[in-house]
Design a protein around this ligand. Structure first.
Ligand SMILES: C[S@@+](CC[C@H](N)C(=O)[O-])C[C@H]1O[C@@H](n2cnc3c(N)ncnc32)[C@H](O)[C@@H]1O
Length: 201
């Protein structure tokens, strides 16, 4: 599989828009999810580990999952993550893991996954009963957030009501949305939601 983030990985962590966005999403996750020091967390589409870094001080361990080895190599170079973070380059929506997690977090990865229904089925299957999901992505937009010819972008944001229906279908409850951040790109506003939900017991 082609690594679509090979070039971007090099300067991902010095991109001001990315840093502002991940700070806002990280803070929204900490505000909305009760994280505890015995918890095992998955960061789905972890990239270079910006969200992992926000969550890490609060929990026991994190598995950073991504399909871009270049992004994960940047994460693995962060020596302060050593011991508590493992990285896995695997598409868990096609090749599931045996492990289950207390919490799954994810930032700006969902629009890169074509089949959202299957993604939610997969995330539900990787959560313990009562486990929490905290996932951030773009609200529906007109397709101008990414360049028109970009590869690997399957959704121009998401409709919150549609996502709520899909989450309910996969056994999630206590579904809550809030606007975590608004990206200002070339004078245009792109709201970013954080959704939180709980897998039924
Ligand atoms: C926009 S980046 C966000 C990275 C990171 N979450 C952040 O906020 O900085 C999207 C990431 O999702 C990853 N991704 C795309 N499809 C994926 C899949 N099926 N499974 C895991 N990761 C995926 C990409 O490789 C990329 O690292």
């Amino acid at each position: 599989m082609a690594d679509l983030f090979e070039e971007k990985a090099k300067d991902w962590d010095v991109n001001e828009m990315v840093l502002n966005l991940s700070n806002a999403i990280g803070n929204a996750i900490l505000k909305n999810v009760n994280l505890e020091d015995n918890m095992h967390v998955m960061d789905f589409g972890a990239g270079t580990g910006l969200i992992t870094g926000h969550v890490l001080p609060k929990v026991k361990s994190i598995l950073a999952v991504d399909i871009s080895q270049s992004m994960l190599d940047q994460l693995l170079a962060k020596s302060d993550y050593e011991g508590k973070v493992k990285a896995l380059c695997q598409d868990i929506t096609r090749q599931p893991l045996d492990e289950k997690f207390d919490v799954i977090v994810s930032a700006m990865a969902m629009h890169h996954v074509e089949d959202t229904d299957n993604l939610f089925a997969s995330l539900a299957a990787h959560l313990k009963p009562g486990g929490k999901l905290a996932l951030a992505d773009l609200d529906s937009e007109d397709g101008t957030f990414h360049p028109a010819d970009i590869e690997g972008v399957f959704h121009h944001g998401f409709d919150r009501e549609h996502l709520k229906g899909l989450l309910e279908k996969h056994g999630f409850k206590n579904i809550h949305f809030e606007t975590a951040h608004t990206v200002d790109k070339e004078g245009k506003d792109y709201p970013i939601f954080l959704l939180t939900a709980e897998k039924a017991e």
